[in-house]
Design a protein around this ligand. Structure first.
Ligand SMILES: Cc1cc2nc3c(=O)[nH]c(=O)nc-3n(C[C@H](O)[C@H](O)[C@H](O)COP(=O)(O)O)c2cc1C
Ligand code: SF4
Length: 407
């Protein structure tokens, strides 16, 4: 039986997020104290040993990333929390920040100590203005108790562009420039904010850090799927009975998430597809539902975990229509910096509209497939690389929906 396990949401509903003493009473800020008693290298080794991997979508090993920034020679280093959370259907980071802002501050301060940074930024989704006060109150209270010591944290508001969640576009935006992705390498741990070594981690990633130090790397590594251990927060939307969020160990299967925790398909209808990871996520058919919600297991079936959004569709849904709307989203959100995405998202949108209107041919569908493949390996950043996934996976697994609309 699938069960919830709360690590990053451990204080959800248990403490008043505006009262630091309630966080401290739950053992809060003890891990930061412990971290400061350790050698920086040993601290980073502990995070590496836990095998904590980024929860923002790319699944990179967190301790490894910190070690790059630690080794980089520079007087000035930065820690950035990516709280842009612009993915439709995703609100996991909001839940963490609304209910337990100090767990984020503690994780960031531990990272700051580990890599030798004295400045941190939280890049907060522009549509979360209420969280500005919550986070600033938390920062002020931690400052009054001198818990953050010389590590200063500032909250900056994002400006509403989806692409600004991409770490280098986010950095450009923080620098006051237009939010466009940079060419990589160099990667942010070596050259990030103002070209200084910078760690960018997701809210959920930082929220794991204090608990790992408290309970030990081995404890953490033993939870869920060994290659992507711990828990993951998922937000369920669409045609599912329990449209809510769940934090589960990463060896939970998609089927358990939808049918046990999620209570199955709404209105007694049959399952048709699920899109996991947000707008650029793959559409997964029934036969792949026993895949665990772990990064590598999902990659093995051509899917991603992304942001943890789980969009469930019942038998009545027209996937060509759904994907046409998604194509419009990507055409709108492409920043236009590179041609394969600027032109590709526009052409995909054009062809999807044609097919959806019943005016497409089998040739259009194979052209969509070819264009999607070219985009996935030639676009500059993850937005354009992942944008064709909904088209490609629906053509692969739900070809009948396309065939039904062809001329
Ligand atoms: C278009 C696009 C949007 C993204 N949006 C987010 C986001 O809202 N939050 C986030 O943490 N990562 C986002 N990412 C991933 C970040 O680039 C980066 O991998 C992540 O912040 C690293 O943190 P992690 O290692 O803790 O996952 C996005 C990537 C792309 C390509
Ligand atoms: S892939 Fe798209 S969003 Fe990314 S840099 Fe190119 S045009 Fe901009």
């Amino acid at each position: 039986m699938a069960e919830e396990m709360r690590i990053v949401l451990r204080n959800y509903g248990k403490i008043n997020p505006l009262k630091i003493d309630e966080y401290i009473n739950q053992g809060g800020y003890k891990s930061l104290e412990k971290a400061r008693s350790m050698e920086q290298k040993a601290l980073i080794e502990e995070i590496k040993k836990s095998n904590l991997r980024g929860r923002g979508g790319a699944g990179f090993n967190c301790g490894q990333k910190w070690s790059f920034a630690y080794q980089a020679m520079s007087e000035q280093k930065y820690v950035i929390c990516n709280a842009d959370e612009g993915e439709p259907g995703t609100y996991k980071d909001r839940l963490i920040m609304e209910n337990d802002p100090h767990t984020l501050l503690e994780g960031m301060a531990i990272c700051g100590y580990a890599i030798g940074a004295n400045k941190g930024y939280i890049y907060l989704r522009g549509e979360y203005p209420h969280l500005m006060d919550v986070l600033n109150t938390a920062i002020q209270q931690a400052g009054e108790k001198e818990l953050l010591k010389d590590f200063a944290i500032e909250v900056r508001s994002g400006a509403g562009a989806y692409v600004c969640g991409e770490e280098t576009a986010l950095i450009e935006s923080l620098e006051g420039k237009r939010g466009e992705p940079r060419f990589k390498p160099p990667y942010p741990p070596l050259e990030g904010l103002w070209n200084q070594p910078t760690i960018v981690n997701n809210v959920e990633t930082f929220a794991n850090v204090a608990v790992i130090l408290e309970k030990g790397a081995e404890w953490y590594a033993s939870i869920g799927a060994p290659a992507y251990p711990g828990t993951k927060v998922f937000t369920l939307t669409g045609d599912v009975n329990n449209k809510t969020f769940f934090e589960v160990p990463t060896n939970t299967t998609i089927r358990e998430l939808i049918f046990k925790l999620g209570g199955g398909i709404a209105g007694g209808k049959k399952f048709k597809a699920v899109q996991i990871g947000g707008t650029s996520g793959a559409f997964i058919p029934e036969e792949l539902l026993d895949t665990p919600v772990a990064f590598d297991a999902m990659s093995a079936v051509g899917a991603t975990l992304g942001s943890g959004a789980v969009f469930v569709l019942d038998e009545s849904r027209d996937l060509v229509d759904v994907v046409t709307r998604i194509a419009g989203f990507f055409e709108h959100e492409s920043c236009g910096k590179c041609a394969p995405c600027r032109e590709g998202t526009a052409r995909v949108c054009e062809m999807m509209n044609k097919v959806n209107a019943g005016q497409g041919s089998a040739g259009d569908v194979s052209l969509l497939e070819r264009l999607g493949r070219v985009m996935s390996y030639s676009c500059l950043c993850g937005l354009g690389q992942a944008a064709p996934a909904p088209v490609l996976t629906t053509i692969k697994h739900f070809k009948a929906d396309y065939n039904a609309k062809l001329m």
